[in-house]
Write a protein of this length. Structure first.
Length: 318
């Protein structure tokens, strides 16, 4: 019979977790004290936090604990990268029922650790509490390494819009899982374990990105945040959007337009940014539209092929 958290106790679990979560180079003091100490190279710390609630953001019958750990880390590390920063550390709080198996908690820790390794970050500390269901709260820290941050507010008329990373794959995977299937496996795995292009964030900052965002709630919805913050219009060219074959297969099977996955699907954590038109972008950054000034006919917002978009991003309370 598998051990549960009640069998092991809070401090017994903490000891096991500490053994699985080594400190990276930016963590000067890790788990085991009242607080962690993380190196801040230029006196500024990028900080973000996010939460995953069982039944809302993940299901244990759809994803292993390891995958959930990877995903919990990814969505926070991607937010740091979207500021043009380099992730340094995570703080993780876990609420769980006492009958949860210890192996599940350890699998979660392994996933967090392995996703952090993609950015040379590490889990610096956190908290454990008893709760009626599993809730995972992650705070990510990052360093700008002397660069100015790339916010949502700098896009200018004449800039190009570019994206780095996959769009629509996680949404296609969710659609498959929601219908009780497990294939195409590649999109199911994309939903379980996103692959953000973390290093593209600092790269974009170095290239002169004027605004940037992590695509977590859908391309149109998230670009709408840049449009509002920058007081501009972002016009997308759908001919420039990549619709991969697995997305086409899923769309055909369930009778939807595959473009909807790309425009509205979230949780792939691609990075979308605006750049001055004269910037020579690396190949992995795909230009998908342009920035224009608002007019009386088209106020700030997102247009698709020049037409006003009614598409909205994900809203937790709608």
């Amino acid at each position: 019979m598998s051990r549960t958290l009640a069998d092991l106790g809070e401090f017994g679990l903490i000891r096991l977790l500490q053994d699985r979560l080594p400190n990276g180079k930016d963590v000067l003091l890790g788990p085991g004290d009242d607080a962690a100490i993380v190196h801040a190279i230029d006196g500024r710390v990028v900080a973000t936090t996010d939460m995953l609630v069982e039944g809302r953001h993940f299901r244990r019958d759809w994803s292993e604990a390891y995958d959930i750990g990877r995903k919990a880390a990814a969505q926070n590390l991607a937010d740091v990268a979207a500021m043009g920063a380099r992730p340094t550390a995570l703080l993780v709080a876990l609420a769980a029922p006492p009958d949860l198996e210890v192996d599940w908690a350890l699998g979660l820790a392994d996933g967090l650790r392995d996703e952090c390794e993609r950015t040379d970050a590490s889990v610096a500390g956190g908290d454990l509490v008893r709760g009626p269901s599993i809730v995972i709260s992650v705070t990510a820290l990052g360093s700008l390494d002397g660069r100015p941050p790339v916010t949502r507010a700098g896009a200018k008329a004449g800039d190009v819009i570019a994206v780095c990373g996959r769009l629509g794959w996680s949404a296609a995977g969710l659609a498959v899982l929601g219908r009780g299937f497990r294939s195409p496996r590649v999109v199911v795995e994309a939903h379980r374990r996103p692959e953000p292009p973390y290093d593209a964030g600092p790269e974009a900052a170095t290239l002169g990105a004027t605004a940037m965002i992590d695509v977590s709630d859908g391309l149109v919805g998230d670009l709408g945040h840049i449009a509002k913050a920058s007081d501009v219009v972002l016009d997308l060219d759908t001919k420039s959007l990549e619709i991969a074959e697995p997305l086409q297969a899923v769309a055909a099977a369930i009778g939807v337009d595959p473009l909807e996955f790309v425009l509205t699907g979230g949780e792939d954590h691609a990075l979308a940014a605006t750049f001055p038109s004269e910037v020579n972008l690396p190949e992995r950054w795909r230009v998908i539209g342009r920035v224009a000034a608002p007019t009386e006919e088209q106020l700030q917002g997102v247009t698709i092929n020049g037409e006003k978009s009614e598409t909205a991003g994900h809203d937790h309370f709608r």
